[in-house]
Design a protein around this ligand. Structure first.
Ligand SMILES: [Zn+2]
Length: 334
């Protein structure tokens, strides 16, 4: 299936995660709204609206800035990124985020009532999923721990993490007959509120042999992923690191000897909001184009704190690769 086929009917979900400035236009799609582009010259007048089929196409138009007929062009325009980077962000999102009925994700007056009911159901499902999972050091999380060890994370670090749990068996999606053990990570917003749970289905040797072994749960329509993270450790004396995936964040914690949180993806990394009390933020980016751009965008956005960017020297590597490479046993006779 092509990326545009996979995104048909899902732009609302992606926008509510990555472009919450479109929420007013999404809630009243036939009306005009102030242009969401930061470079729009005059803020007066309502010049922007989404197309009638926006959830299928992602398209919309500003009378001054011009039409953006699809979601890729919309993201390029609003994020100021090139096409390849935007496509990588969308691909990462659609691989990771499980589809939900569109109405769960944002509100229109006609479906307000249903949305509130769906939100409550979702919230109770999420809190059940989390509260029934085993703490990372408990027997129920044994496979989750083995998975992390198989990736090169030492036990002593695993045992010190927060917001990671494990389950011995979790179905691999709605209506699925398949189940595997899973590592769970609790994603919290910049306001501390729990928002979603990231799931990595696994075996003791690695990722579970299923098509999509890593998925984030849906979240309530009134909460946004943007700005948040999985808080793996407490910040230390005002210092905190951030990285994309959970495993990468743990690798960066080891290499950098500091607490590093996981933002799950480069798109979300670039929107991270450092919590109060943090004055030095270390961005542990992946060594690919999307990773480097995300790190740079975060550095610009978080300019009120000191920011240091770390990118592995070798293209294509992340900080877990770097950690594992530094531990390779070299044969002295070679
Ligand atoms: Zn405009």
């Amino acid at each position: 299936m092509s990326l545009s086929d996979r995104m048909t009917g899902r732009w609302g979900e992606l926008y509510s995660d990555l472009l919450p400035e479109l929420l007013p236009a999404m809630e009243a799609p036939l009306q005009h709204h102030p242009c969401p582009h930061p470079g729009h010259i005059s803020r007066h007048g309502d010049a922007f609206r989404l197309f009638r089929d926006w959830n299928e196409s992602g398209g919309g138009v500003c009378n001054t800035c011009g039409a953006r007929p699809n979601g890729v062009l919309m993201l390029e325009w609003l994020l100021g990124l090139d096409r390849d980077t935007v496509v990588a962000i969308i691909r990462d999102w659609v691989d990771r985020v499980e589809p939900v009925s569109a109405r769960v994700r944002w509100r229109t007056p006609a479906i307000e009532q249903t949305t509130q009911e769906d939100d409550l159901k979702l919230a109770s499902w999420l809190s059940q999923l989390w509260s029934q999972a085993a703490r990372i050091g408990d027997p129920g999380a044994e496979t989750a721990r083995s998975y992390l060890r198989s990736r090169g994370i030492p036990d002593w670090l695993i045992m010190r993490t927060g917001n990671l749990r494990g389950v011995p068996s979790l179905i691999t999606g709605r209506g699925s007959q398949e189940a595997y053990p899973a590592l769970l990570g609790r994603y919290q917003g910049s306001d501390d509120q729990p928002i979603a749970v990231h799931r990595i289905w696994c075996t003791a040797e690695g990722k579970a042999p299923i098509e999509v072994p890593k998925k984030t749960t849906p979240h309530r329509s009134d909460r946004a992923m943007r700005g948040g993270a999985i808080r793996l450790f407490e910040p230390y004396r005002g210092t905190l690191g951030v990285a994309e995936g959970i495993e990468t964040a743990l690798g960066a914690s080891l290499v950098g000897n500091m607490p590093v949180w996981s933002c799950l993806s480069c798109g979300l990394l670039s929107y991270f909001v450092p919590p109060e009390g943090v004055h030095h933020l270390h961005v542990w980016g992946d060594a690919d184009r999307a990773g480097i751009e995300a790190a740079e965008r975060l550095a610009k956005r978080a300019s009120h704190v000191r920011v240091t960017i770390h990118i592995p020297e070798t293209t294509g590597m992340d900080w877990l690769d770097v950690w594992n490479k530094s531990n390779e046993i070299t044969d002295p006779s070679a």
